[in-house]
Design a binder for this molecule. Structure first.
Ligand code: PAF
Length: 282
């Protein structure tokens, strides 16, 4: 397993694979790896000749400096975990300088409005930061296939839009959410949960599952109010939003249509840890 910190070195190595027409799979991460990330890496190794995993806490996608400061950084542990999967992975763990070359700033993108919904409303500039770093990674690695988890469903749709609008030749593959046995969606942020919040956090998925059940017979408004009430009555978890939206436009559902797919999206504070999750409703 090779670990690269400079783009020129990984580019030179990847050129040897490209010269042999071998396929490159790419799994971008911010580290603090969990089973959800490992599942993406496993899928990538099954379907590509070589797999690159990036580990980079991208400063431009954090609108809250405290969140950036507290984001878990566990590079040595991450490398050991990846080594249990395959000895042939290429790990790219660049410095901020290697990615941003002295100008740590986001480009601004037009994602046809996807960027203004949900996370976009609560995390100003977040998707410009994600778009900037992912575009740079695609440019350096030039993968054939790139893997993203559905926990960040809005991010996944935005990356698909980025690739389409900028004509980047990569297949963007969405992978299902990995959950703890109690239902909590796996997230690097879970490591920051205090014990009393670890105990309560599965309430989020439990509520989403019941919302899905109600969605079969009730209106989106009714289901939304019901979810809001569950959290209003909760002692520890603070709901930031629950929204039922069309999976393609991410716009709030007003009237159900038989031909459309909808998801319920949620963001919750467990003390100072912000957790997101979502569920397919039909
Ligand atoms: O989902 C993440 O971990 C990040 O947003 C990503 C895609 C690695 C970009 O920094």
């Amino acid at each position: 397993m090779e670990v690269f910190s400079e783009k020129r070195d990984i580019i030179a190595t990847l050129d040897t694979y490209k010269a042999k027409q071998q396929t490159i799979g790419f799994v971008p991460t911010m580290g603090a790896l969990h089973q959800g990330h490992l599942a993406l890496v496993e899928k990538a190794t099954q379907n590509n000749d070589v797999v690159v995993v990036s580990i980079f806490v991208n400063p431009t996608q954090f609108n809250n400096p405290d969140d950036l400061k507290k984001y878990p950084r566990t590079l040595e542990k991450d490398i050991s975990l990846l080594a249990t999967l395959s000895k042939d992975l290429l790990i790219y763990a660049p410095t901020v300088e290697d990615i941003y070359e002295g100008k740590t700033a986001s480009e601004s993108f037009d994602f046809d409005g996807l960027e203004f919904e949900m996370e976009g409303k609560f995390r100003q500039g977040h998707f410009d930061g994600v778009g900037t770093v992912v575009k740079r990674f695609f440019d350096i690695i030039k993968p054939n296939n790139a893997y993203f988890g559905e926990k960040d469903f809005q991010q996944l749709q935005i990356i698909k839009k980025l690739v389409k609008k900028q004509h980047i030749p990569v297949n963007v593959i969405g992978c299902k959410i990995h959950r703890e046995t109690n239902g909590l969606a796996m997230s690097s942020r879970n490591t920051r949960l205090k014990p009393e919040f670890i105990k309560e956090a599965p309430f989020i998925y439990k509520t989403l599952k019941t919302a899905k059940m109600y969605f079969g017979t009730k209106s989106a408004n009714w289901v939304t109010s019901w979810v809001e009430k569950q959290f209003a009555n909760h002692q520890l978890l603070k709901l930031e939003y629950f929204i039922i939206a069309d999976v393609d436009t991410l716009k709030l559902l007003k009237r159900k249509s038989k031909n459309k797919k909808y998801r319920g999206f949620i963001a919750v504070y467990a003390d100072d840890v912000r957790l997101i999750d979502n569920i397919a409703l039909n």
